[in-house]
Ligand binder design. Sequence first.
Ligand SMILES: Cc1cc2nc3c(=O)[nH]c(=O)nc-3n(C[C@H](O)[C@H](O)[C@H](O)COP(=O)(O)OP(=O)(O)OC[C@H]3O[C@@H](n4cnc5c(N)ncnc54)[C@H](O)[C@@H]3O)c2cc1C
Length: 474
Amino acid sequence: MVSRTKTLNVELFNRLRDLLGPKKVSHSELDKVAYSKDMWPLGQLWTRSGEVKYKPDFVVWPETTEEVSRLVKTCNETGYPLIPYGAGSGVCGGAVPVDGGIVCDLKKMNRIDAVNDKSLLATVQTGIIGEHLERRLNHKGYTLGHFPSSIYSSTLGGYLATRSAGQLSTKYGKIEDMAVSLQVVLPDGEIVRTRTAPRSATGPNFNQLFLGSEGTLGIITKATLRIHPKPEKRVFQSYLFEGVEKGCRVIRKALQMGITPAVVRLYDKADTALSLEAIDFQQEIKGCLLILIHEGWPRRCELESEMVDRICKEESGKNIGQSPAKHWWKNRYAINYKQSLLLSSEKMIFDTVEVATTWTNLLNLHQSMKSALGDQLTVLAHFSHAYRDGCSIYFTIMGQSEDMPDTEFYHKIWQDALDACIKAGGTISHHHGVGILKAKWMERQLGSWMKVYAGIKKRLDPNNILNPHKMGLP
Ligand SMILES: Cc1cc2nc3c(=O)[nH]c(=O)nc-3n(C[C@H](O)[C@H](O)[C@H](O)COP(=O)(O)OP(=O)(O)OC[C@H]3O[C@@H](n4cnc5c(N)ncnc54)[C@H](O)[C@@H]3O)c2cc1C
């Protein structure tokens, strides 16, 4: 293991400048503060109290896979950690430079190398912002189908590294369903690539080793992705249910019949009221709102919406027309950017907790987590990202404590939330990942697999260069 005693900064600075060119390396205080955190709400609490907790020694902006490889080799020789950085929209502290080191911003790697019209594949550098990728594909008549709420401020590399899920995931799948092959720089600097084939029975699927590894096992520099023709039509539906039980039953029945709406979101009563208020929906709506959006060929959309309508009637759902679903669609990215306002208020904490489980256990998980948190905070929940076998639940939590400092309260809330989730048999993350925030639950969540993961990390990265102290690893 290389000693963590760092080489003299000036020496390394000159070396990085030789390697990348003078404009692609910085050690300015401004850049170091800007790259000291991501969108983890705890980081917003640090900022609120004027604290800069962790700063990198350098920020670099490579443009090619070869430059990334040379950076990784330099870090191995000098003992400096290297932290891959997409756009810093991660909400778990995954890109925070805990040990200092070099933050490697990949956003200059934003090229689309090729679009294959016959196989419907696009090969793309991973520093590209999601919205730019989508627009460029749209221009050629395609869509990737990946629409996280952070699409304007997150990168393809971040999606792959955190196993991200977009708002239209029920139709197009999650990022792991889209990734056919990956190019990865390993922790020793070697560049590897998985084969582009619809499927292979040649041993374990190595894409899966890197998807969700949050920069701990390698830096993903390119990906070949499945793309789709742009949809011809969109059909909007909205229903009201007395409680979430019947709404969940509708979603399960629809998915198990093979219907795949692009969007399916069921809000509990509190989330129905507050979400609609937050997006300035004027009509008063009481009960649990279910919205569905179908997209694709017109006839398929019509058929799917007819079938859903029939199931909703069976479950006593009240059809309230297209307008709530259309309103959500129009405001689908707006709501998230109101978080900073809440967080700027003294003592207030705000966060989101996304968990998942099977249909059999879904209402139990929902209830258990609400009971664990409900006395301490305002808790809203919606069900989205549905599957044939289960669904995710997305809790929005906000509040403040009169007795505890805000950061202490923040940690307590997460402790209560994830303990309750594990006890109720859920997974502690459906799509935000682990980072620092959920690291301490990894052993309970993965069991013996945590040893396997740590073993792979040690074998691939004996100097612990890549993104240390994340995901329950040293
Ligand atoms: C307002 C808001 C809304 C959000 N909505 C969604 C949503 O709908 N769905 C969703 O899934 N997430 C959502 N997120 C979370 C976040 O956008 C995702 O986790 C996203 O995938 C992070 O991308 P990024 O480029 O910003 O990555 P970063 O935050 O920069 O990095 C995330 C992690 O990935 C690693 N990493 C980044 N690039 C690479 C690479 N090329 N190779 C290896 N490791 C890498 C980093 O080291 C870090 O560990 C939201 C966040 C915010 C703030």
